[in-house]
Write a protein that binds this ligand. Structure first.
Ligand code: URA
Length: 435
């Protein structure tokens, strides 16, 4: 067997053995298999899917492409969370320090933007000086000292996922259940956390469009994690409209920090609470959801959650002097324009994928592997599903590099809104918790 045989077998709908998967995954991680063969293989998996056993084997093979951390010399229980990707999803930036401020260490390996969905590393790098690339010693030392660390993949931890993730981003091979499950769980297994809360997004701005698909993804990820002795739960959450108000790297980072100061959008605040409660519960820091919520509210109201965020950002080199004031000093886009409501009506939908694609076109995401992202650009929603708006009232602001970018984005964004005459309720924030 060689790489071409493995691609051909998957192209023809065959089931790959663990040895064939290892040959491909480890060959790609070691740069022995080029991007064009990996892209062909990823497309074959995307089109033909994988069996449950192949998905488990792919996850374990990717986790074994580097080292697996043991964090028990740092803390008895470390917790992690991971989202399957959405629009406006800046949850990690709020919940990681928030949970750490409740005394539970959070060690997390995050990713970059993927297609229309943003990535935590890109958002954090909007803070001047913030380092996302840490080696294992630095990761563990910060976890022990600060109680929270968020880093990107290295050559040491799940390097196969690091390469494949960047390739899938630009080869239209992201929305595949086995590729998402193996990507998420290989990183989670390698990063060594004992307890893992998965935030599985469903809806127009998610890779899983139906509840059935999201549930299938959640169940296999929980099964894989529990199979290697981790405590895992999955929260299935709505991603039909963007989460919160801000979409775009710096804009989202500011919104997450504002939330830790008690000034975040209601839907985002509630979503963060649900994820953080699950983390405290799974990490044995709270005995029930009520106790978890009360610890979290106390950490927020006392200012400890925001202070922990600043301590964490400073530990990773971020310029906290910029963040500590009232008006955050992150780089702003040169042009800001407003999209106004074309009629007096109720907002009945905001297609999160269209908003995500508009943000990518503004420069917040990538079209080609390795493209730089523009941290300053993005969109801030002023009206969300269920809001009554008058004709001419602001629907959103676009933060762009030029007036031409602004008007192109506004055109697309207007098409993302749907309207009703009568009251409309937004979809529930949370559909289900599994595990
Ligand atoms: N998050 C990941 O880490 N990988 C995916 O494939 C999708 C979301």
């Amino acid at each position: 067997m060689n790489a071409v045989d493995v691609i051909a077998k998957k192209r023809d709908g065959g089931e790959l053995s663990r040895a064939e998967i290892d040959l491909f995954v480890h060959g790609y991680a070691r740069d022995e298999i080029p991007d064009y063969q990996a892209a062909a293989w990823a497309m074959a998996v995307f089109l033909n899917g994988m069996t449950r056993q192949e998905t488990i084997d792919l996850t374990m093979s990717m986790a074994a492409s580097g080292e697996t951390l043991d964090l028990h010399d740092v803390a008895p229980i470390v917790v992690d969370k991971h989202s399957t990707g959405g629009v406006g999803d800046k949850t990690t930036i709020a919940v990681a320090p928030w949970v750490a401020a409740c005394g539970l260490p959070v060690g997390k390996m995050s990713g970059r933007g993927l297609g229309f969905s943003g990535g935590t590393l890109d958002k954090l790098e909007a803070i001047p000086g913030f380092r996302t690339s840490l080696d294992i010693e630095q990761f563990k030392a910060q976890l022990a000292r600060v109680g929270v660390v968020v880093a990107g993949q290295t050559q040491q931890l799940a390097p196969a996922d690091g390469k494949l993730y960047a390739l899938r981003d630009v080869t239209a091979t992201v929305p595949s259940l086995p590729l998402i499950a193996s990507s998420v769980m290989s990183k989670k297994i390698a990063a060594g956390a004992d307890a893992i809360v998965l935030d599985v997004k469903v809806g127009r701005g998610a890779f899983m469009k139906t509840l059935e698909e999201a549930e299938a993804l959640a169940r296999i990820m929980v099964e894989i994690g529990q199979g290697v002795g981790r405590r895992v739960s999955a929260v299935i959450s709505d991603m039909n409209q963007p989460l919160g108000h801000a979409v775009g790297n710096a804009l989202e980072t500011v919104e997450a920090l504002e939330t830790l100061r008690g000034r975040g959008p209601a839907d985002f605040y509630e979503h963060c609470l649900v994820i953080a409660e699950q983390m405290l519960l799974l990490g044995s820091r709270a005995s029930d959801l009520r106790e978890a919520r009360s610890q979290l509210e106390d950490a927020l109201e006392s200012g400890r959650a925001f202070e922990k965020a600043l301590e964490w950002i400073a530990a990773q080199g971020g310029d906290v002097a910029l963040l500590n004031g009232e008006s955050y000093g992150l780089r702003a886009a040169p042009v800001v324009c407003e999209l106004r409501a074309p009629r007096s009506a109720v907002v009945s939908g905001i297609d999160a994928m269209q908003v995500g694609l508009a943000a990518v076109d503004l420069g917040a995401g990538r079209h080609k592997k390795g493209d730089p992202v523009d941290h300053a650009v993005g969109i801030v929603l002023k009206a969300k599903v269920g809001d009554h708006v008058q004709a001419g009232a602001p629907l959103l602001t676009v933060h762009a590099n030029s007036a031409a970018h602004c008007s192109r984005a506004c055109q697309r964004l207007l098409g993302a809104y749907s309207w009703a005459e009568d009251d409309v309720s937004a979809a529930p924030l949370i559909y289900k918790v599994i595990g």
